[in-house]
Design a protein around this ligand. Structure first.
Ligand SMILES: [Mg+2]
Length: 261
């Protein structure tokens, strides 16, 4: 870890040209039993607030709707990137990736259909602006729950331009578009003229951001460092694709606290 802190010294020394990007659930906050229960601690909120005052950009990057992420974090002066990069809130204004506009109606009817089908089960259907997440953390038999979700979404995947992916006890349906967390953070980093940036994340969709950050570094555009948060639930690529690994949300907090100093 001391190695990572040494590497981060130059970012601390030049905050005006540095961006701090982080996933929310499982990175800034412990994963909650249900998505509605997620909170960030007062300590973490205060650290993120300090970071936003010090650094050029603080970006919170989530699969949730950006306004949901903002509600949980409760801070202004942050770029909230939601729906895995398809929309974002910057300076209180809502933006969408142009490709996203065709999907508003579909996302809404899809959620209604899935709620109707899965009503009464121990699955939680999270309706988002641009997709649906089905959470099975609460299911007694997780293997069975996962199989049942896969069965349920199959006809939707066949019928509509959607893709699915698995996260930590969640299966998501989102528009089949080539836009991900990595595209979104790369755009923000380049537009803001950052020289250096870090990204922290704990799940499979964060690996897109790790890859985008590596690409920015390889091309000499931004000095980047990606940091994965280890868990028993995450895909192995989180460990293999990140530049550094921290053990848990506690270590994320320690790192960000040091950066905020
Ligand atoms: Mg996460």
């Amino acid at each position: 870890m001391s190695n990572l802190y040494d590497l981060l010294e130059p970012l601390k020394d030049n905050p005006g040209k540095t961006g701090i990007f982080s996933d929310l659930d499982g990175t800034l906050s412990e994963i909650a039993p249900t998505p509605a229960d997620a909170i960030i601690t007062d300590e973490m909120r205060s650290i993120v607030k300090d970071l936003a005052e010090k650094y050029a950009v603080v970006g919170i990057v989530s699969g949730r709707d950006s306004n949901e992420a903002k509600k949980i974090v409760g801070l202004d002066n942050i770029v909230y990137i939601g729906n895995h990069g398809l929309e974002w809130l910057d300076d209180g204004k809502q933006f969408y990736a142009p490709e996203a506009f065709n999907f508003f109606g579909l996302a809404s009817s899809l959620a209604a259909d899935l709620v109707a089908i899965l009503n009464g089960s121990d699955l939680i259907v999270e309706k988002k602006k641009l997709g649906v997440a089905i959470h099975y953390r609460q299911a007694d038999d997780k293997g069975l729950a996962k199989a049942s979700i896969e069965q349920t979404i199959k006809p939707f995947l066949e019928k509509y331009p959607l893709k699915s992916f698995e996260g930590r006890y969640v299966i998501e349906l989102k528009p089949d578009l080539a836009v991900n967390k990595g595209d979104a953070v790369a755009v923000v980093a380049l537009r803001r003229g950052l020289m250096q940036a870090i990204y922290l994340g704990d799940d499979i969709t964060d690996v897109d951001a790790f890859k985008a950050f590596k690409d920015l570094r390889d091309k000499g555009k931004v000095e980047t460092i990606s940091i994965g948060v280890a868990s028993d639930e995450g895909d192995p690529s989180i460990i293999s694709e990140a530049d550094y690994i921290v053990k848990n949300v506690g270590e994320v907090e320690a790192l960000l606290n040091w950066l905020s100093d």
